[in-house]
Design a binder for this molecule. Structure first.
Ligand SMILES: *Cc1c(COP(=O)(O)O)cnc(C)c1O
Length: 367
């Protein structure tokens, strides 16, 4: 008899559901891999920066050695690009690692973390995994309602997670709203500002939060190399915060959490602005292409500031029929019922031809 007792808060966690891998869909449906278009995980359809690719190829032998646990050169590169002191940077195995490190560092049983309804799923997962209580604040028009966040704060609140832009809704909080929110949050609460999609914002909308960390010592900004930088498979992200917070988080970080090729590719990617500029251009064009198509098909969607769009059907049944129809025709997108948006699907913006194929198959679905 199995006598292992699993803590209740672990037993009730629902596993994270990612976009379905191309190989898996190819295997199940008998479609050649090359005929499959994956628009399900907000990856960069251009792939990786040629500079990153070359750096990986040139340094492949490095993997026989342990990586530099302090990632000296990558921190230098981040410092050079964003003018952030290296003792204010903590590196993660993806930015998910940073989100989890925050939970493991600052939350214990009976503590509370606040995040929005329809916000990125990892916030609730990492909160629950440490036995803390997640407080989900109802969204307002699918966006974060920061006034309600303030009302949800109590003496147990230790962490607040904010995704800006948010995934899967694509909504954006403007800078002045965020700043006045930070002014009102008690400074014993860690505020995580997850900026995984910042590279896709127009210049006037881009985050200025790196300039705010001097004032708000409880603010931590997380950034990812998985989206515009195209390194989702390598797992690389980082957090920027006050030196004090970073120092405590580093105490529980696994010493070699960021592998050597990720460090090398990260440095090369930061040195390739052209790739980011091109990626944003393609995204802007694809955004127009898809939103125009939705409009002409009479499909409602949420205006998005990321590289993806959530679009709506009359109910969950209709959404799932469209999802299955697309899948059968080799297009992988993402149902978001687990985000309490069962009547929606989320599509990542691809290359023009991929978007075309998606639109064509979407429009010939007779349901
Ligand atoms: C994709 C995504 C991340 C990135 O996760 P990584 O671990 O860096 O791959 C973080 N936050 C949000 C809101 C995301 O959508």
């Amino acid at each position: 008899m199995n006598s292992i007792v699993i803590p209740k808060y672990i037993n009730t966690i629902l596993p994270y559901e990612g976009g379905r891998p191309i190989k898996e869909v190819a295997r199940e449906l008998g479609i050649p891999e090359n005929d499959i278009v994956k628009l399900a995980s907000n990856e960069n359809p251009l792939g990786i920066s040629p500079k990153a690719k070359k750096a990986i190829e040139d340094n492949i032998e490095e993997i026989s050695r342990y990586p530099d646990g302090n990632a000296f050169y990558l921190k230098q590169a981040i410092n050079k690009k964003f003018n952030i002191a290296t003792n204010q940077i903590v590196l993660g195995n993806g930015s998910n690692d940073i989100l989890e490190l925050v939970a493991r560092t600052f939350l214990s049983v009976n503590d509370e973390a606040i995040y929005s309804e329809h916000a990125f799923a990892v916030y609730s997962l990492v909160t629950q995994a440490v036995g803390a209580k997640g407080i989900e604040v109802p969204a307002k028009n699918y966006a974060h309602d920061l006034d309600q966040f303030l009302l949800a704060i109590n003496e147990n609140t230790k962490v607040i997670y904010i995704a800006n832009p948010n995934n899967p809704t694509g909504t954006l909080i403007d800078k002045s709203t965020l700043k006045s929110f930070l002014d009102k949050v008690p400074n014993n609460i860690v505020v995580v500002l997850d900026e995984a999609y910042d590279e896709y914002l127009d210049n006037n909308l881009k985050s200025e939060a790196f300039d705010w960390i001097a004032k708000y010592k409880n603010l931590l900004i997380s950034r990812s190399f998985s989206k515009a930088y195209g390194l989702a498979g390598l797992r690389l992200g980082y957090g920027v915060s006050s030196a004090n917070l970073v120092e405590v988080i580093n105490r529980i970080r696994q010493p070699f959490n960021v592998n050597s090729l990720a460090q090398i590719a990260g440095i090369a990617s930061l040195d390739d602005d052209d790739f980011i500029v091109t990626s944003k251009k393609i995204n802007d064009k694809g955004m127009k292409q898809l939103t125009n198509a939705f409009s002409s098909l009479g499909i409602e969607f949420i205006r998005s500031y990321g590289n993806f769009i959530a679009f709506k059907f009359k109910d969950e049944l209709a959404a799932m029929m469209y999802y299955q129809h697309l899948l059968k025709n080799g297009i992988i997108i993402r149902p978001i019922a687990n985000y309490k948006m069962p009547e929606f699907l989320r599509v990542s913006i691809g290359l023009e031809l991929e978007n075309d194929k998606f639109i064509k198959i979407l429009s010939n679905c007779n349901i």
